[in-house]
Design a protein around this ligand. Structure first.
Ligand code: ATP
Length: 306
């Protein structure tokens, strides 16, 4: 019986590894609602990142041929700079980030990293150069330690802890009875959207990629959580080429360039100051959000008086 136990144990181990791998890919594509279809071009080479400049060059894209989502988008994120994409719901903002990660192939035009067309390099090399903090992070049914270390499997416990501190989740984890060994996911501790996002940020801090994609959560977070996440994101994006898909305008004020996307076209572009002066769509969106924030503030003040 003992002779059988070892191979069975081993099969269990393999099964767990495979299941985790599948969970990962599935989680990604469930999020996107699509099946993986992208293959490496014959003779594809590894991407060589020098500074990490990202460029979209007249990119046209359609999920379905009869409905064009992006209608010729060109912009550049210079190495180490931050570009924020804003615009109404359905404008195509998240689609830009999916194309940069090459979950889909552009219909025409091209996307380059340091001058190399991303459709001509290996997917593995492209994805190892990019860190993605998605809107909605799916965690593995495993420990917090495992979930953070996933960013760089060879990282030490100490490095995982440091990343958690930087992502403003370390304190929360240390308060848990099992600490970093606490199980999360479906069969473990249920984390809030904000906590999950901070685990994803810690994972990305460990991965330390030259290029970052931050897709802000649309769901409302309380002011404190939002501030903590913002601080964590500012820290991780410092010195890295960053593309932010922004839903809250408060997070884009310091971007080097803001691109206002509407119905798949660039409607306005510039810094926060430029766009406010222009008095166009961005200025309108800004005023509307500010009014909403002020109204909320007044409401809270009234409640506190009661
Ligand atoms: P939001 O601010 O609401 O997140 P967004 O600007 O990020 O919106 P996208 O998610 O890029 O918008 O979607 C742009 C358009 O593409 C939408 O009309 C959406 O319905 C469509 N779309 C998104 N994903 C798919 C898909 N997998 N298949 C077909 N159409 C899609």
């Amino acid at each position: 019986l003992m002779q059988l136990a070892i191979p069975l144990n081993f099969i269990g181990f393999i099964y767990r590894e495979i299941r985790q791998g599948i969970a990962d890919i599935e989680a990604m594509f469930t999020l996107l609602g699509e099946k993986p279809e992208i293959v490496d071009a014959p003779g594809a080479r590894a991407l060589v990142v020098s500074g990490g400049t990202v460029a979209f060059d007249n990119v046209v894209f359609a999920y379905d041929p009869e409905r064009v989502i992006l209608k010729g988008i060109s912009f550049e994120v210079p190495a180490g700079k931050t570009v924020a994409i804003v615009g109404p719901s359905g404008a195509g903002k998240s689609t830009l980030s999916r194309l940069l990660f090459r979950f889909y192939e552009v219909t025409s035009g091209r996307i380059t990293v340091d001058g190399q067309d991303i459709s001509k390099v290996t997917q593995a090399s492209l994805r190892s150069a990019i860190g993605m903090v998605p809107q909605d992070t799916v965690l593995f049914n495993d420990t917090i330690l495992y979930n953070i270390r996933y960013g760089r499997p060879e990282a030490s416990d100490e490095e995982v802890r440091e990343a958690a501190q930087m992502a403003q989740i370390g304190h929360f984890v240390e308060m848990l009875p099992m600490g970093f060994k606490a199980m999360v996911g479906e069969r473990g501790l249920k984390l809030s959207g904000g906590e999950k996002q901070r685990v994803a940020i810690a994972r990305t801090i460990l991965k330390a990629p030259p290029i970052l994609i931050l897709d802000e959560a649309t769901s409302a977070l309380d002011t404190n959580t939002e501030r903590e996440i913002q601080a964590a994101l500012d820290r991780v994006s410092r010195g890295r080429t960053t593309l932010v898909i922004a839903h809250r305008l408060s997070t884009v004020i310091n971007a080097d360039e803001i691109i206002v996307l509407e119905k798949g076209e660039i409607r306005e572009r510039g810094t926060h100051g430029d766009l406010i002066l222009q008095g166009g769509l961005y200025a309108t969106m800004w005023n509307r959000q500010r009014e909403a924030a002020e109204a909320e503030e007044r409401l809270r003040a009234v409640r506190e008086e009661d």
